[in-house]
Write a new protein. Structure first.
Length: 227
């Protein structure tokens, strides 16, 4: 919004600055609203009707049902467009979700950190209640949701938070952070932690590109941060 000479004289310098700041904030809010609208747009890759599936897709869907005891859901719906990728992703997820050497609450903490980094609403909607049930305190998740470093984390949570945020933000991990993680979780724990970050980053990318709809009854909970 341009500030006219008359407005400048009328409001004074301080008032003009306030008008400029207000305009910048309005532009940022519009940008955030546009981003949120785009992210909540129509599902680009919805469920494929059985009669429209290829033979490879039908087989992959049947293998998924046999392995997970549930029909294809969530990120696996768009992934079914490439059946082999979907099945390999399922196999990796079976380990990284349920069998890592990390305690369940820590494993879920890593997933929430990743979903927050990618503003992935589906991942957050699914894993927030699982994380809390596993023992992650709601106030820790709330701070994460709001983009703040959680206060009152346990030593283990601090190690994981520092490791994961450095990995996402710096594409690497400092020597000091690596040493702390190594002392606590060992080399397998480090690889498992990297694996969880990487796997849920992959799923977040799929979900964000496909604009996969949230689970029924869920609403977006993650605020959209400035880009």
């Amino acid at each position: 919004m341009a500030i006219s000479r008359r407005e400048l004289i009328k409001t004074g310098v301080g008032g003009a600055c306030a008008l400029i700041v207000s305009d910048v904030q309005a532009l940022q809010e519009d940008k955030h609203a546009d981003h949120a609208k785009a992210m909540s747009g129509a599902d680009r890759m919805p469920e494929i009707p059985p009669d429209k599936m290829t033979e490879a897709q039908k087989k992959a869907a049947a293998d998924f049902l046999a392995g997970r005891h549930t029909p294809v859901f969530g990120p696996f719906v768009p992934l079914l467009r490439s059946p082999e990728v979907m099945l390999r992703a399922m196999a990796m997820g079976d380990y990284l979700r349920y069998k890592t050497v990390l305690p369940p609450s820590i494993n879920e903490f890593v997933i929430l950190i990743t979903s927050r980094h990618w503003t992935q609403q589906y991942e957050w909607a699914v894993h927030y209640p699982i994380a809390v049930k596993a023992g992650l305190r709601p106030e820790i998740a709330k701070a994460l949701n709001e983009g703040r470093r959680p206060q009152g984390m346990s030593p283990e949570e601090e190690i994981v938070y520092d490791f994961c945020t450095e990995l996402h933000s710096n594409q690497s991990v400092s020597d000091a952070t690596y040493a702390r993680a190594l002392a606590k979780y060992g080399e397998q724990g480090i690889i498992d932690m990297v694996g969880v970050n990487g796997y849920y980053t992959f799923l977040a990318m799929v979900l964000n590109v496909a604009r996969t709809a949230l689970p029924k009854g869920s609403a977006p909970e993650l605020p959209v941060f400035p880009q």
